[in-house]
Design a protein around this ligand. Structure first.
Ligand code: ADE
Length: 416
């Protein structure tokens, strides 16, 4: 069996981690039960580029149970949990090509390794797999793919608009049961988890600057406020800036925020949000972290070039001393702080995201003849079903409309 992981002897520890995740993923477990009986993915070969975490393991094991053969590579050089990767190889027969601390060449070699067996379905988080296929493997016969994250959906929409998209893709990110929970509560909590594991600083009383007020930025800002920080939001959209203001945050340009922030977290999906012009303005001891998908939001190269000295002070915490004597602390090399310095989103929230993934893969296979080379939203029946399964798994019951209410909801004549 082909694979490439750090250390297979970590498999027992990995299995316990996966058990722990699955205990907190009731919706996905109920889908697994159904897939185990109906085997909707029999004969399907899947290549997936996802963060290799205990939650991803729960998804891969579900797809395997559905009958698929699976090849998995990591979606970030620092996010793989090596014990989980080992367990997936040893206990589940999943072809994993990933380890924590890959260099860029290894990262792309691992993507090539999972493309080699010629997958029918591709799953991605950030669209690197989709991009490599579109650049170098255009002759593959792919039924369709999924995309997990905002950044990846933006890239895929660009492909669609330029008319170059080779197969249908379901934008899992765009499901309500994905972005309203994963992006907001998942990143909101796990980005702070990464910040705390890397630094162990007190959040109460600090000035925290959050760049970007999309669902991720909202989650981070509200959690930081809940822990006692005074939060400043930096935005480029007037609408979002207005919303942040009325949510009770201070709003200002980065040039102003740079002077007063103790902790900076970027969540914009864009490049050089904190850049050379900002570093000299920052206070001694300022902490810089990124929660966006790619390591482009903080100009790390610029920071390195401007620094007169550099040292690693704690795992995932690097100290850069500037010529003005101030020290700035960069977390996780500017990569996703929640996955590099912590364990990513908690299992409970990945339960929603990965239930959407599992049902979307089944949907692609079942609807292969109807789907076009487009980016599709997750069908609303899947979204509704995931919410239903999650509530059920949590033991929460809700009301349903009475016949009278159903009738009333169809009316337009009743007014004042
Ligand atoms: N993205 C964010 N958190 C994650 C997790 N725990 N597993 C997989 N992908 C993630």
């Amino acid at each position: 069996m082909e694979y490439n992981v750090k250390d297979l002897s970590l498999a027992e520890q990995g299995r316990k981690q996966i058990e722990w995740a699955e205990m907190h993923m009731p919706a996905l477990m109920s889908i697994r039960k159904e897939f185990a009986e109906s085997k909707p993915l029999k004969g399907i070969r899947i290549a997936a580029v996802l963060h290799v975490t205990k939650e991803t393991a729960a998804l891969m094991r579900t797809l395997k149970e559905a009958g698929a053969e699976i090849w998995l590579a990591g979606s970030n050089p620092l996010s793989t949990q090596d014990d989980v990767a080992a367990s997936l190889v040893k206990h589940d027969g999943i072809h994993v090509f990933a380890w924590k601390g890959e260099n860029e060449k290894e990262y792309y070699d691992n993507i090539e390794a999972i493309i080699k067996p010629e997958p029918n379905v591709v799953m991605d988080d950030g669209a690197d797999l989709h991009a490599v296929i579109h650049e170098k493997h255009r002759d593959l016969k792919i039924l369709g793919g999924t995309e997990e994250t905002t950044t990846g959906v933006v890239r895929l929409k660009a492909m669609e608009e330029q008319g170059v998209l080779l197969y249908p893709v379901i934008a899992v990110n765009n499901a309500f049961t994905k972005y309203l929970f994963d992006n907001r509560f998942g990143t909101g909590q796990s980005a702070i988890d990464g910040l705390l594991r890397a630094t162990n600083v007190l959040i109460a009383g600090k000035v925290a600057v959050v760049a970007g007020y999309g669902w991720v930025g909202r989650g981070i800002a509200s959690r930081l406020r809940g822990m006692g920080a005074r939060v400043i939001v930096v935005e480029v959209s007037s609408l979002r800036a207005l919303e942040a203001l009325m949510d009770g945050f201070d709003v200002m340009p980065m040039k102003e925020a740079a002077k007063v922030g103790d902790i900076f977290i970027t969540a914009t999906g864009n490049i050089n949000v904190i850049s050379r012009e900002h570093f000299p303005l920052m206070k001694n001891g300022a902490i810089l972290a990124n929660a966006g998908h790619f390591n482009v939001e903080i100009d790390v190269k610029g920071l390195k070039e401007m620094a007169v000295s550099y040292r690693t002070i704690r795992p995932y915490t690097e100290e850069y001393t500037l010529s003005n004597g101030n020290k700035l602390y960069l977390l996780a090399e500017g990569r996703l702080v929640n996955l590099a310095a912590a364990e990513g989103h908690p299992s409970e929230v990945m339960d929603l995201s990965f239930s959407n993934q599992a049902l979307s893969v089944k949907y692609i296979v079942e609807n292969r003849s109807k789907l076009e080379r487009k980016v599709y939203n997750v069908p609303s029946e899947i979204d509704e079903r995931v919410a239903y399964l999650k509530l059920k798994g949590m033991g929460i019951e809700i009301d349903s409309m009475t016949e009278e209410q159903k009738e009333y909801a169809k009316q337009w004549k009743y007014g004042t």
